[in-house]
Design a protein around this ligand. Structure first.
Ligand code: AKB
Length: 293
């Protein structure tokens, strides 16, 4: 939707394996498309004369643990399809999201640097780490202009979370308004890197609009927004809803969260393309509750 505002509704073709929400369907072209189907992708690219692709399809951390092979197929083969279209010069530029999930239990947890130990212990993390290697390989070998960001947990009021470990940070706002109480699947003190959707979109477009020579990292850029715990998020909601209460019942996702950083160092993104986050926890809570109400 932001790309449509910037470039015009008909300049941005949305797609998915099922129909999108009304505003997406009514505001511009939409294609039912399986990103793992190379021929179908190539056909849509040729039909609309597409020059730039944002490949957002992926199975996230929690669901991927349940369906490892389907996750690997989706996360890897959709990427190879798009990278190969870039190699054949059928498209000019690619955006592909990586994640904080590329980091693992041996990674420095605080202020995690851009280049460090990366031994992810989840299917999702392994697929994103592999994807980063392939992005850099296609850039070095075939001059494919692919750009990537390691998204923290993203928080939006427009879209329900999609099977990840940071999903609690969205669910909690819906439950706070609907029931005044939420049962969190992570421990109260589990600090994780997070970002409000507006910041994530602004960062993605800033990276894609940056001059090619400024893009020094062709695997994926660390990106920081904010870092907080479920306990801190509960306090920020209680500032608006004093009677709100969170219970804590950690499940299998706790082990995933424990293998991830608490905070991210994004000095490269700041230096190379001028990134600076705008949303902290307090501002995010006001935005989320304000819009969900
Ligand atoms: C997940 O929790 O799996 C995602 C992510 C951090 O990439 N939200």
């Amino acid at each position: 939707m932001t790309l449509r505002q910037k470039h015009g509704n008909d300049q941005v073709v949305a797609s998915d394996i099922r129909e999108g929400n009304d505003s997406l369907m009514e505001s511009g072209p939409f294609e039912i498309l399986d990103a793992t189907d190379y021929d179908a992708l190539e056909e849509v690219i040729a039909y609309y004369d597409i020059s730039e692709v944002y490949l957002m399809a992926a199975m996230l951390s929690a669901t991927a643990e349940k369906f490892p092979m389907r996750a690997w197929n989706l996360n890897m083969n959709s990427l190879f399809n798009v990278l190969n279209l870039g190699k054949e010069k059928k498209i000019d530029t690619i955006f592909w999201p990586s994640s904080i999930a590329v980091f693992g239990p041996n990674t420095p947890k605080e202020d995690t640097p851009q280049n460090t130990i990366m031994e992810p212990s989840t299917v999702y993390g392994i697929s994103k780490q592999s994807g980063e290697r392939w992005c850099e390989y296609y850039f070095n070998k075939f001059d494919v202009d692919v750009r990537s960001i390691r998204y923290p947990g993203l928080i939006s009021w427009k879209t329900m979370p999609g099977g990840g470990t940071t999903d609690y940070a969205v669910e909690i706002y819906h439950k706070a308004l609907a029931q005044g109480e939420y049962t969190c699947f992570l421990k109260e003190e589990t600090a994780l890197p997070m970002m409000y959707m507006d910041d994530a979109i602004r960062a993605t477009l800033q990276l894609m609009e940056a001059n090619e020579e400024n893009i020094k990292i062709r695997s994926s850029y660390n990106l920081a927004g904010m870092s907080f715990t479920p306990g801190e998020m509960t306090k920020s909601i209680q500032n608006e809803l004093p009677n709100f209460k969170t219970n804590y019942e950690p499940d299998f996702r706790q082990a995933i969260a424990d293998s991830w950083p608490s905070s991210i160092n994004d000095s490269n993104a700041q230096q190379d393309w001028g990134w600076k986050a705008a949303f902290d926890l307090e501002k995010t809570t006001k935005e989320m509750l304000g819009n969900l109400k």
